[in-house]
Design a protein. Structure first.
Length: 271
């Protein structure tokens, strides 16, 4: 298993006892337990970094400039299944990203893979907050050393993200005006539309990440998936090209539909 992770350039991971995980979706866990006839014994939580460095300019959030990260995880889990099949134990694992029955942020933080920032993001000591979180559930314990599940360090609470947030939602529990949220909302109220226009929130927002001192030395991704086939700048012409080639659906900004993206392009067009 460790040799597989090394071959995949997955450097930040931890194995945890499943009983340490905070369950947030009993229905989804119930479906897995019904399939396996038992609870998982072990969870491996791991980080997939996507940052390309401060020199890459763009008009959409950094996370959405590569192909959709869900495609990365789907491919990763397919390769893991093949690897485990060669070892004769592929039937007892299940991979997740974004749709896990457990709180992946809580699990990553408590297992030592970063701290929870005041902006709500996991900030890793190596790759900063420019990371996606994945989990692999194992039916049987694969036998690797478990994390001691103690918090490793803490956010600096320096106030940089709170001060820089243009809509003053960072550091609060109310993210209803977060520019990233608004840019992905199907229907905007008048005041929300004005915020998207004012701050040119075409897709997502990286302000709280870019000012965080814990991100100052974030390394670039070693994962070829995220370093290739990038679209830092989204334009109406590029959107039409992606639609024509069928590549639109392979982008993270496709999940809300082309109407939302086209609306945002119109709203954020320089006047």
């Amino acid at each position: 298993m460790l040799d597989f992770l090394k071959s995949e350039n997955i450097e930040r991971f931890a194995f945890c006892d499943f009983r340490e995980a905070k369950i947030i979706n009993e229905r989804k866990l119930g479906a897995l337990k019904k399939s396996w006839g038992c609870d998982p014994e072990t969870v491996m939580v791991f980080l997939a970094p996507y940052y390309m460095g401060p020199g890459e300019e763009g008009n959409i959030s950094v996370y959405a400039r590569s192909r959709d990260y869900h495609l990365f995880f789907a491919g990763f889990y397919d390769r893991l299944r093949e690897y485990l099949s060669r070892r004769g134990d592929a039937s007892g694992f299940m991979g997740f990203c974004d749709n896990s029955p457990v709180d992946e942020v809580d699990l990553a933080v408590r297992s030592g893979l970063g701290v929870r920032g005041d902006n709500g993001l996991v900030i890793d000591r190596v790759y900063g907050s420019y990371i996606f979180i994945g989990e692999v559930f194992f039916k049987k314990d694969p036998g690797y050393k478990k994390s001691d599940m103690r918090r490793q360090g803490s956010c600096l609470h320096c106030g940089a993200c709170v001060k820089a947030c243009p809509v003053k939602c960072c550091g609060t529990n109310d993210r209803s005006l977060c520019l990233s949220y608004l840019s992905q909302k199907k229907k905007l109220e008048k005041n929300e539309e004005e915020l998207v226009i004012k701050h040119r929130a075409l897709w997502g927002c990286d302000i709280c990440q870019s000012v965080c001192p814990l991100n100052a030395a974030a390394r670039t991704t070693p994962l070829e998936f995220f370093s290739s086939d990038r679209t830092p700048f989204l334009t109406e012409e590029l959107l039409d090209s992606l639609l024509g080639s069928g590549d639109f659906e392979k982008r993270a900004f496709a999940w809300r539909g082309v109407e939302v993206v086209r609306r945002n392009l119109i709203l954020t067009k320089p006047r």
